[in-house]
Design a protein around this ligand. Structure first.
Ligand code: COA
Length: 212
């Protein structure tokens, strides 16, 4: 099951969050060679790991096997602050009902066609966004994701032209949050809903907290 961790309940997930920062370093720096993220303490933490960040972590008996991060688009975020040229056609999309998605990963031994972990995390993200009344997700992504998302029946709108970033072909896109996309993501791997674990502490909807 995927656990939603935000500033209100993160004190209950100290070990899992720490595992996830270290996994991010192993995966993005050691495996994918994103050298600019290398840190001497072996924890991949960037300027968007703030109090505003929400982590969705897939836990198997306390072990983090996959995860991702969401950040409000009304606050500093990757597309607006680092890669705004990826939205050079439609412009940066900001709103109380739009979140930015970054840092999706699955641990190596849970990857591949025989595993449901990736699609469990993707479905959890849509499930969480539906519960929060988010209408869209923006993402800076490598273009190889595009056919995979379209195969899941997701509505994906490019915000700009693809560009090369450190040898990776990347594009800024906006994904519609729909019940249809959530259901088709579950169905793709025969995953039972719900995929989000009842939180250890109540989640205050981010929109309500930010704009109350
Ligand atoms: N470049 C090109 N294609 C890639 C890729 C990469 N770096 N990583 C995965 N893919 C492809 C796979 O080959 C597969 O293609 P297929 O559908 O033609 O078989 C497809 O993406 C999905 O693979 P799947 O086996 O369903 O997913 P997975 O369990 O491997 O999970 C990731 C996908 C990306 C989450 C996982 O490989 C991972 O954690 N990678 C490292 C972290 C990362 O790169 N995250 C994305 C950027 S934030």
């Amino acid at each position: 099951m995927v656990h939603v961790i935000d500033r209100d309940n993160k004190h209950l997930y100290g070990d899992e969050l720490e595992q996830h920062y270290r996994l991010r370093h192993r995966i993005y720096v050691d495996e994918r060679r994103w050298e600019q993220l290398r840190r001497p303490d072996g924890r991949e933490v960037d300027q968007f790991d703030t109090e505003e960040a929400v982590y969705l972590l897939d836990l198997d008996h306390g072990r983090v096997i996959g995860g991702t991060r969401l950040v409000p688009t009304l606050k500093p975020h990757l597309m607006a602050d680092v890669f705004p040229f990826l939205a050079n056609v439609e412009g940066i999309q900001r709103g109380a009902d739009i979140v930015e998605w970054t840092r999706i990963f699955v641990v190596p031994d849970r990857r591949g066609p025989g595993s449901k972990t990736l699609h469990t995390v993707l479905a959890a993200m849509l499930e969480y966004c539906l519960r929060q009344d988010y209408r869209a997700i923006t993402v800076v992504m490598e273009t190889w994701w595009l056919p995979r998302f379209l195969e899941l029946g997701w509505e994906v709108r490019p915000l700009g032209l693809p560009a090369d970033i450190d040898g990776m072909n990347c594009v800024g896109t906006m994904i519609s949050v729909t019940e249809e996309a959530w259901r088709r993501t579950l169905a793709f791997k025969g995953i039972q809903s719900p995929v989000i674990e009842v939180p250890k502490a109540p989640i205050v909807p981010t929109r309500r907290r930010l704009y109350a």
